[in-house]
Structures are given as C-alpha cells and as structure tokens.
Write a protein that binds this ligand. Structure first.
Ligand code: FAD
Length: 377
C-alpha cells in the first residue's frame, strides 16, 4: 500500500488505528490538537480511568500491547452496591466469579498507544494541530497550529477526533452526512477517594455503585490505591450546591459512607467541571471512499455500559479486517466497514442507555437481585 493516510485525533482510537495501519505498511500522519500528553498533565475532568473488557483487550493483544496495559489493571469481578443505610451488597458479574472487567488509567493507556504508534515504521505523530478545514473529496486538510495555518493533503482521511468530531462537522457542512446528537439530560462530575494509610479505602475488586433512583455515583479503583468517583446527576442539579456546608450536608444525607473517605470532597465538587453526555448518530460514516469516521466520532455513546472505548477498539479491528477482505482497497473497505459495524454500534448505544436505569435504580431492588441469582444458576 502506498497511500498516505491522515488520522485526525490521537486519542485511544486514533493511536490504536495508527498502530494497526503501520503493520500493513501504510504511511500515516496522526494529527492531534493537544500538546503531547506524555510530557504534560492529564486534562482535569475527563474520565481518569476506564473499564476495559475482553472486546478492547482483543485489539490490544493483536498489537502485543495487552501485557503492558494489563500490568497495572485492577480486575473488578462484580459490583458493590452502597445503599444509603444498611450493609454493602456484592453482585458478581459471573456465577463462577472468574470473569472481570478491568479498571485502567485512561492516560496510561493513551500514552502506551501513542508510544507504540510513534515507534511504528511509517507513522508521524504531530501535536498541536487542530483540524479546522477539510475538503473530503480532494483530501485537503487545514490545521491551526502555534506557528499558524498549515495546509496539507492525504489520500485517505480518518476522523478519530471524538464525540465533538471536527471531521464530522466538516462532512456535515459539505452535506456529505446527516447527524443527530441526543444529549442526555444528565451531567457528570468526578470526585476522588484517596488511599487511606497507603491502602484502598474500599474493596478494589469491585465497581462501586451508589444507586439513588434518578441519579447515582460510581467509583473505580486506580493503581495508586485511590478511587475515582463519578456522579451522574440531572444536569441542572449540580448548581444547587454552592457552599461547602450545603455540599457536606447533601452528601451526609445521600452518600453518608463517602464523607469520611473523601477529605477533598468539597474542593473536588467546587472545582471539577460538569461533563456532558450524549449519543451520536451519524450517517453515512464515509464519503467518496476516502474520508471516514471511526470510534466516538462516528458513534459516541453514554458511558453506562463502559463500552465506548471497547467498541472503538473493535472498530479498528474490523476496519483492518475489511482492508484484508478487499486487498487493501480503501474505496471498498470504508463502506464495508460501515455495513459490518453499524448494527453493532447501534445495539450498544441502546444497551448503554438502558444500563443507566439498571445502575441507578434496579441494582438496588431485591427483585432485581433475585432475578440475577436465578439467571446465574
Ligand atoms: P476521544 O477519546 O475523544 O479522542 C479524540 C482525540 O481527538 C482527542 O485526543 C482530541 O484531543 C482529538 N481531537 C479532537 N478534535 C480535534 C481536532 N479538531 N483536530 C485534531 N485533534 C482533535 N469507555 C469504555 O470502554 N469504558 C469505560 O469505562 C468508559 N468510561 C467512560 C466514562 C466517561 C465519564 C466518559 C465520558 C466516557 C467513557 N468511556 C468509556 C468512553 C470512552 O472514553 C470513549 O469511547 C473513548 O475515549 C473514545 O475514544 P476516541 O479516540 O474515539 O475519542
């Protein structure tokens, strides 16, 4: 293959994709709007950790990165329910308790993928390049950089630039696709539970859930023995708590076991941003057989199944299979990729929305628990 491929976005999808294409001998330039994350601080307020499951691990295995990534992973074998009052309730994910999802650092995963991409033959990684213009038919790209505007061309352009994709925006402006973004009327905010006397303050072998009917909090363990909590609340409700006293009073009433474990609660609450959540529907995902969307740029979902990144990793494996199936023809691979993936991504988008109701409400009900026990026998 002698095509030059431009990948826009060096997040999880773009970096992994660069690794896969390099193995095929494709020349890739990976453009990222941010500075190199390996040399700086993680963005505050983006999810710090992720649950990676078998779907994502399969892709990492194919580029020999699974051992490195899994070295710091924390397996979570079930969910631990925290009621307002009463004992904790552990609900295993599998009857034999041998299956787990894995909590890993988003930053460490992204850095490992970026390192692998940067080392791969034929891959150039360019930071501080924000895509601001695209002619999808001509393969012409325009970037804003600290040195001013940069114009370039590529034979193939792949938009791996996330839920708010600029590539998707450009295709929309060209009327090359239609899009529908369903924002959820909920936002999210992260809090932290630090290590206590050098140890985890909660069981690190579980994904912790505080179901509260119309809202919830979850917590995943980190390798430094802290936990990152994420509140999922109706969007406007975060603004109702504005003073340290009101925050402490609210958490004492609704999340009483959190208060003694989270000494920085008030500071986190007041300083951490509220993130938006939504589902992206776009159609088609490709134009002219040379420009396409992949990962969140094509089909971002709400995070309640912990499958967005896993699903994006499956995209990369499937695109690679399509290139195999078509003898490396991009013009045939891009429509084939969409035909093979769309049904699956639409299914997980629906399941992710349904799982929000399960996590925030049903997991706390005795009827649900009985149902789960029957399912597992
Ligand atoms: P992104 O991670 O958004 O990366 C896009 C990249 O493109 C970024 O580096 C960005 O800087 C760059 N970019 C954007 N615009 C431009 C531009 N104009 N020019 C150049 N570069 C650009 N998934 C899971 O599998 N498990 C989980 O447990 C999980 N938990 C989550 C929790 C939360 C709160 C959220 C919000 C999401 C969660 N997800 C989870 C989903 C997961 O984060 C995404 O599916 C995943 O990050 C998608 O990767 P991506 O590379 O496609 O997009």
């Amino acid at each position: 293959m002698s095509e030059r491929v431009a990948i826009v976005g060096a997040g999880l999808t773009g970096s992994l994709l660069a690794c896969f294409l390099a193995r095929r001998g494709v020349r890739v330039t990976l453009y990222e709007r941010r500075p190199d994350p390996r040399t700086g601080q993680a963005e505050r307020g983006r999810s710090i950790n992720l649950a990676i499951s078998e779907r994502g691990l399969d892709a990492l295995r194919r580029i020999d990165l699974v051992d490195q990534v899994m070295a710091d992973a924390l397996p979570m074998k079930g969910r631990m329910i925290h009621p307002v009052e009463g004992p904790l309730d552990f609900q295993p994910y599998s009857a034999t308790r041998d299956r787990a999802i894995n909590s890993i650092s988003r930053g460490a995963l992204n850095n490992a993928l970026l390192d692998a991409a940067a080392k791969a033959p034929g891959v150039d990684v360019v930071f501080e390049h924000r895509l601001v213009g695209l002619d999808s038919q001509a393969g012409a790209l325009v970037f804003d950089t600290p040195a001013g505007r940069v114009e370039t061309t590529a034979d193939v352009v792949l938009g791996a630039d996330g839920a708010g994709s600029a590539v998707r925006g450009q295709l929309l402006a060209e009327s090359a696709l239609t899009e529908d973004v369903d924002f959820l009327d909920y936002g999210y905010k992260e809090l932290s539970i630090p290590a206590r006397d050098g140890e985890f303050a909660l069981d690190p072998g579980a994904l912790h859930i505080w179901p509260r009917g119309t809202s919830m909090m979850i917590a995943l363990p980190n390798p430094d023995r802290s936990f990152t909590c994420t509140l999922f609340w109706p969007a406007g409700s975060f603004d109702a708590l504005t003073t340290p006293a009101s925050i402490e009073r609210y958490f004492a009433e609704h999340y009483p076991d959190l208060l003694p474990m989270a000494p920085g609660l008030v500071e986190d609450y007041l300083n951490n941003p509220v993130g938006v959540l939504g589902t992206v529907h776009a159609s088609p995902w490709q134009a002219h057989g040379r420009t396409a969307l992949i990962g969140d740029a094509a089909h971002a979902i709400v995070p309640f199944y912990g499958q967005g990144a896993n699903c994006a990793f499956e995209d990369v494996v499937e695109l690679d299979r399509c290139l195999d199936a078509t003898g490396g023809s991009w013009a045939r691979s891009l429509p084939l990729f969409e035909a093979r993936r769309r049904e699956n991504t639409e299914a997980i988008a629906e399941m992710a929305l349904a799982n929000f109701v399960e996590m925030r409400d049903k997991v706390a009900s005795p009827v649900f628990r009985l149902g789960k026990q029957i399912e597992h026998t």
